[in-house]
Design a protein around this ligand. Structure first.
Ligand code: BMA
Length: 375
C-alpha cells in the first residue's frame, strides 16, 4: 500500500515537473537567460497584456501622497478611484550609499514591504534610481563635471567604489521575497532621461559610447557577478525627435527588455498641452515602432502635468493619444508629501479639480488598474 502511494506520488511529481518545463519552454526569455521563473512569467505577461490594455502606474503610490505620509493601505489614486494602480514605481536613490531611506524620505525597509504588498495583490513594481554623483558626493543632478561616467567605467578611478554602490543596489533587489522565499520581479528603469543633460549620466556629461558601456557594465555586474535574476531592464530616454536620436545611446537589444520614454507637459497653459500631445504621439510612434522591430515591450516610463491645472488632462490630453498604441503602462510621477512642494503632484487627490476626469479615464475599458490584472 505504502509502496503504491510512493509510486503514485513520484509519477505525479514527474508529470508536474514536465508540465512546468513545457510551459516555460513556450515562454519568451528576457535578456537575463537565468531569470527566475517569476521574472520570466512577468516578462511574458507584459507581452500578453499589450492586447488587453494599458496599465496605470503611479510613482511612490503607497508610501505617501499629497499632504500625507505613511498611512497603511492608502494611495491618492485609490482615494479617488477606489483601486490601486496596476504598476507602482519606486525610487532607489541613496540605496547606493547605504542610507536607510531614499532621497524622498521613503525607508527602504518600508519600500520592500510595499513591493511585497503589491506583488501579493498581483501588481507590478518598477524602480528608478537617482544615484548620487560619485565624484562630488552631491546629487544625481550635479552635472558640473563631464567625466563622472568615465571614472566609473573599468580602469576609471571610481570603478571599484562604484561596484560597491552596485552591490548595494543588488542587495536591495535580492531582499525582495514573497512568502515562499521566491524573489519578486522588478522592472529596473536605470540611467533614465539620459538624452537630456540634467543627470551625471546625461548627454552633455558622457559620450554615447561611454553611456552604453555604463549600462552594459551595470547589467553584467548585477546579473553575472551578483546573480540578481529578478530584473527586467527598461530603457527610458527623455522625449526624442526620431528613432536615430532614440537609439543613439541604446546599449543594444541584448541588454534591454522594455523600451520607453519620459515626457511631461512643458508648462501650465493650453499651448503646452498641445505640444505635449505632439511629443507623446511622436515618442509613442518611435517606441512602439522600435519595440515591434526588436521584440521589446513598449511603455511610458514617466509622464504627467505638474499640479494638473488642466481639469480634463487625463481624458482629453493623455487618453486620445495613448489609446492609439499598444503599450504596457503609463506611469504618472509622484505626489510629493513635502510641505515645501505643494504643487509637485501628477495624479489627483480627493477634492482636486481633475479628480472626476481621472475617474473617467481610469474607468475606460483599456485602462487597467490593479483589480483588472486579476481578471
Ligand atoms: C524628481 C522630483 C524630485 C525627486 C526625484 C526622485 O522628478 O520628484 O523631487 O526627489 O524625482 O524621486
Amino acid at each position: 500500500m505504502k509502496k503504491t502511494f510512493v509510486l503514485l506520488m513520484s509519477a505525479a511529481m514527474i508529470l508536474a515537473s514536465c508540465k512546468q518545463k513545457e510551459t516555460t519552454a513556450d515562454m519568451k526569455l528576457p535578456v537575463d537567460k537565468k531569470a527566475t521563473k517569476e521574472t520570466v512569467e512577468l516578462y511574458n505577461t507584459l507581452f500578453s497584456s499589450l492586447d488587453k490594455g494599458i496599465m496605470l502606474g503611479h510613482q511612490d503610490a503607497l508610501a505617501y501622497g499629497h499632504s500625507w505620509y505613511k498611512e497603511a493601505g492608502r494611495s491618492d489614486v485609490k482615494d479617488v478611484t477606489g483601486d490601486y494602480p496596476a504598476v507602482i514605481g519606486w525610487e532607489l536613490g541613496h540605496v547606493e550609499i547605504g542610507a536607510e531611506f531614499n532621497l524622498d524620505s521613503v525607508y527602504f525597509s518600508d519600500m520592500k514591504r510595499y513591493i511585497k504588498e503589491t506583488y501579493d495583490r498581483g501588481g507590478i513594481t518598477t524602480a528608478s534610481w537617482h544615484g548620487d554623483n560619485i565624484v562630488t558626493g552631491n546629487t544625481s543632478w550635479d552635472c558640473a563635471q563631464d567625466s563622472v561616467v568615465r571614472t566609473i567605467l573599468p580602469n576609471g578611478s571610481n570603478h571599484a567604489k562604484y561596484l560597491t554602490w552596485l552591490d548595494r543596489v543588488a542587495d536591495f533587489f535580492l531582499d525582495l521575497k514573497d512568502d515562499e522565499g521566491n524573489l519578486i520581479p522588478v522592472v529596473f528603469r536605470m540611467y533614465h532621461e539620459h538624452t537630456g543633460a540634467w543627470f551625471w549620466w546625461g548627454s552633455g556629461q558622457c559620450t554615447p559610447e561611454e553611456y552604453k558601456q555604463l549600462w552594459i557594465m551595470t547589467v553584467q555586474h548585477l546579473r553575472d557577478k551578483k546573480d540578481v535574476h529578478n530584473l527586467l531592464y527598461a530603457y527610458s530616454p527623455s522625449e526624442t525627435k526620431d528613432e536615430a536620436e532614440f537609439l543613439e545611446r541604446y546599449p543594444g537589444d541584448d541588454y534591454v527588455d522594455m523600451v520607453g520614454y519620459d515626457c511631461y507637459v512643458p508648462g501650465k497653459n493650453a499651448e503646452s498641452v498641445v505640444k505635449y500631445k505632439e511629443a507623446m504621439d511622436r515618442n509613442l510612434k518611435i517606441v512602439t515602432g522600435y519595440a515591434a522591430k526588436s521584440g521589446k515591450i513598449p511603455t511610458i516610463g514617466e509622464t504627467g502635468m505638474e499640479s494638473i491645472p488642466d481639469s480634463t488632462y487625463f481624458t482629453q490630453a493623455v487618453y486620445p493619444v495613448i489609446s492609439q498604441y499598444k503599450i504596457a503602462w503609463v506611469l504618472f510621477w509622484r505626489n510629493a508629501w513635502e510641505s515645501g512642494k505643494p504643487d509637485h503632484f501628477y495624479a489627483p487627490f480627493t477634492g482636486h479639480s481633475s479628480a472626476s476626469d481621472f475617474k473617467e479615464f481610469v474607468a475606460k475599458p483599456n485602462i487597467l488598474m490593479n483589480t483588472d490584472l486579476k481578471q
